[in-house]
Design a protein around this ligand. Structure first.
Ligand SMILES: [Ca+2]
Length: 510
């Protein structure tokens, strides 16, 4: 009798759990798997130079349900499932807007075993009700999520599970269940850069390798024996950096983890990626989608292991002036300065040699030794005067006493540049660029230009609220122009420019 009563109780509680969660159990592999024919088709379109977007690449196969390109109808997404996986990161250490994010992996591991789980905020009572905020590495969880693809309009989005799902009958948020807690996260799977990209994704012209890469989306992997081939910082202190193998295949490293992010979103706002030229014994992380294809996102300290340290070269500073004069004439030799620091922790290692390599009018690069001019880190070299109208491009190389070397920029097609010009500096000189990234040759340099004010603060009344955010780039706008041809206009930043009114003729130092 007693046994029967117990059985009945268990039966009732099982039924009530089933009622609380009507969403079917689905493995991560079942959600992530894409038919190999679809992947090969995507590869072949890339090889043929066809843009991989919605128009060129509709869904070919019914069974590739969650895939990079937008669905034929939006109803195709939005399926909600119950999923079991092991948590790969604490949500508070991942930065993706004001959201909680955890990567989970099927405990069996292998291809198609990872997925990213998101709550769309960190503060609402609904999000709190899931319990996502207390998850930690190694927990095995059962959770309910709605499948989506982000970004939906891009070929390089990735599959996501949005948790915070209410029970359709009770309206209550279905909490995440912790069913086990392993002592550590699973070991990473070894993959290669060439599984994700053929060619250099940092410079473009590369092919994304869908048929070998897609299976590792959101999975924790390790890539061994790569070098840092490029890195660039942004105004907000964030970095984009790139790793490459010995065959010239290069993929991006994404700064999703706060341990590997600079600026306000990082645990250390002054964090920087290893200098260009650094050799990594390995980098571990989860694979995500970025504009250039697949990227690896290291999660925790220790996920990047340095094999050899390259000197760090910096050409982004304002004091002292990094190039002098900023606008050389045909009689001016040009002093170029760089700050070079050793990064090897071995105290006996020093920066040995720093060189400028410069090219005139796309001719061959000439080497020029720089000399240390003050303290330990400021180096200077002088590029000889060149004829009026010459284009001078330059980059840097540094070698330390262990023979470890680095270069800036890593990609010489984005070398620094200036034009030799006799006569007044015009706005066009500031705006015109030879670089694909649109950067001016006068970055961080102090110049004086003249122009007529074409628009003042009264022309952008709707932006007055942005004044509440002083110091940001989102300030009221003032534009000046000195000609009617292309490249002749420029925007002035800062409250000091607000005195300028439309029609004024002004001289600006900035
Ligand atoms: Ca996917």
């Amino acid at each position: 009798m007693r046994l029967a009563f117990f059985t009945l109780l268990i039966l009732i509680s099982t039924i009530s759990i089933a009622q609380q969660n009507p969403f079917p159990l689905k493995s991560i592999q079942e959600i992530q798997w894409v038919h190999p024919d679809s992947l090969r088709k995507a590869d072949s379109l890339q090889a043929a130079g066809v843009a991989f977007n919605e128009a060129a690449f509709p869904h070919w196969l019914e069974d590739s349900r969650y895939w990079h390109v937008p669905p034929l109808s939006s109803a195709q997404y939005g399926d909600t499932f119950t999923v079991v996986g092991i948590v790969m990161n604490k949500p508070q250490m991942y930065a993706l807007g004001n959201r909680y994010v955890v990567f989970i992996q099927d405990t069996a591991g292998g291809p198609w075993s990872g997925i990213i789980v998101l709550a769309n905020d960190t503060t609402s009572s609904n999000t709190q009700a899931t319990g996502i905020q207390v998850l930690d590495t190694g927990m095995v969880v059962k959770l309910v999520g709605r499948v989506e693809e982000f970004p939906a309009s891009s070929s390089t989005g990735y599959t996501e599970l949005f948790t915070v799902i209410p029970d359709p009958q009770t309206g209550q948020i279905i909490p995440i269940e912790v069913i086990d807690w392993k002592p550590q996260r699973p070991d990473p799977v070894e993959v290669r850069v060439s599984d994700f990209v053929s060619g250099n994704a940092s410079t473009g012209g590369h092919k994304i390798n869908f048929s070998t890469g897609e299976q590792w989306e959101d999975v924790y992997v390790v890539i061994k024996n790569v070098s840092v081939v490029n890195r660039s910082g942004t105004v907000g202190g964030r970095w984009t950096w790139w790793i490459g193998d010995d065959s010239g295949n290069v993929m991006q490293v994404y700064d999703g983890s706060r341990y590997f992010r600079g600026g306000s979103g990082g645990f250390d706002p002054n964090w920087t990626p290893p200098p260009i030229g650094t050799k990594l014994e390995y980098i571990r992380g989860v694979i995500v989608g970025v504009a250039s294809g697949y990227a690896i996102t290291p999660l925790y300290p220790g996920d990047v292991k340095i094999l050899s340290y390259a000197p760090e070269i910096n050409h982004a500073f304002t004091t002292p002036q990094k190039r002098e004069p900023a606008k050389p004439t045909s009689t001016d030799p040009v002093k170029v300065r760089a700050i070079v620091k050793k990064t090897d922790p071995d105290p006996s290692v020093n920066v040995d040699t720093v060189k400028i390599l410069y090219s005139v009018n796309y001719g061959p690069f000439n080497e020029l030794l720089m000399s240390k001019i003050s303290g330990d880190t400021l180096w200077e070299g002088t590029i000889p005067a060149q004829p009026n109208g010459s284009l001078v491009r330059y980059f840097f190389k540094a070698v330390d006493s262990k023979g470890q070397s680095s270069q800036l920029p890593g990609d010489t097609s984005n070398a620094y540049f200036y034009f030799v010009k006799d006569g007044e500096l015009r706005i066009k000189d500031l705006q015109y660029t030879i670089l694909n990234n649109g950067n001016t040759g006068f970055w961080d340099l102090r110049v004086t230009v003249r122009g007529i004010v074409t628009a003042d603060t009264s022309d952008f009344p709707n932006e007055s609220s942005l004044l509440l955010n002083p110091g940001s780039k989102d300030q009221l706008r003032v534009y000046i122009q000195d000609d009617t041809s292309a490249w002749s206009g420029i925007r002035l930043y800062g409250t000091k420019s607000y005195v300028a009114k439309r029609g004024d003729s002004v001289e600006v130092i900035g």
